[in-house]
Design a protein around this ligand. Structure first.
Ligand code: ATP
Length: 231
């Protein structure tokens, strides 16, 4: 579904990605693991067309997207849930959900979203974005992109800063999203969480992918992983 080959990216003069290679197959949940600064977020932003200078190849469903604007990438069916979540403080939960435009058929409607996220339904009318807890904001940020019809979802550290019980909820949500046929690329620092949701893991270091570990082989590769991630 997504094929990234020889991806290079720059912020101004800083050369951040040095030939990133990986792929995500339809229906998979795949993680990018790696230490702070390895280039995971930059890879996601590059896929989304949010990094101004990039070279190489990013093919989505067979079509080259490397030169496209972020709007065109969104219309092609890719959506990002950024680390900072982007919830609008002055809008209610429902208003936040309605915000991103529908880009393709097959997105979830609001009743289905509220079935998937019962805690958001409880907060639907009254709450303003800022009144939500961190976990609720994260759920809302994920829910919002499920509505758009995008089929490939890029989730940047959805568990960051959240309590273990909320992290478990997010895990359940990602597994449910997969069952509904969405494909997910996930940036994670927490590989124990990643192991509960993903099919495969790519490890990034210094702007490159240096290894790929199938989820079933994670335990057997624990020593290597500890070295990669410095944990
Ligand atoms: P983290 O978990 O810390 O976000 P990451 O693997 O996602 O780590 P990136 O955020 O992609 O890493 O950052 C890769 C490198 O790019 C880092 O050295 C970072 O300082 C640099 N960088 C990130 N954003 C910018 C920017 N807007 N301008 C310049 N340099 C940046």
């Amino acid at each position: 579904m997504l094929e990234v080959r020889g991806l290079n990216a720059w912020y101004g003069e800083s050369h951040i990605l040095h030939g990133v290679d990986f792929e995500v197959r339809e229906g998979e949940v795949v993680t990018l693991l790696g230490r702070n600064g390895a280039g995971k977020t930059t890879t996601m932003k590059s896929i989304m067309g949010l990094v101004p200078r990039r070279e190489g190849s990013i093919r989505y469903r067979g079509a080259e997207t490397i030169g496209l604007s972020s709007n065109a990438v969104a219309r092609a069916g890719i959506a990002i849930c950024p680390e900072e979540r982007g919830i609008f403080a002055s809008l209610s939960v429902t208003e936040n959900l309605m915000l991103p435009p529908i880009v393709a058929p097959g997105g979830l409607d609001i009743p289905t979203i509220y079935t998937l996220f019962p805690n958001l339904r409880e907060r639907a009318g009254t709450a303003q974005g800022t009144k939500l807890s961190g976990g609720e904001q994260q759920m809302l940020a994920i829910a919002r992109i499920l509505r758009t019809g995008a089929k490939l979802l890029l989730l940047d550290e959805p568990t960051e800063g959240l309590a273990p019980v909320i992290v478990q909820q997010i895990g359940r949500t990602i597994r449910e999203i997969k069952q509904r046929g969405f494909t997910v690329l996930l940036v994670e620092q927490n590989f124990r969480f990643a192991a509960t949701v993903a099919d495969r893991h790519y490890v990034m270091e210094h702007g490159r992918v240096i290894d790929m570990i199938p989820n079933g082989a994670l335990e057997a590769n624990m020593d290597k992983l500890h070295t990669y991630l410095g944990v």
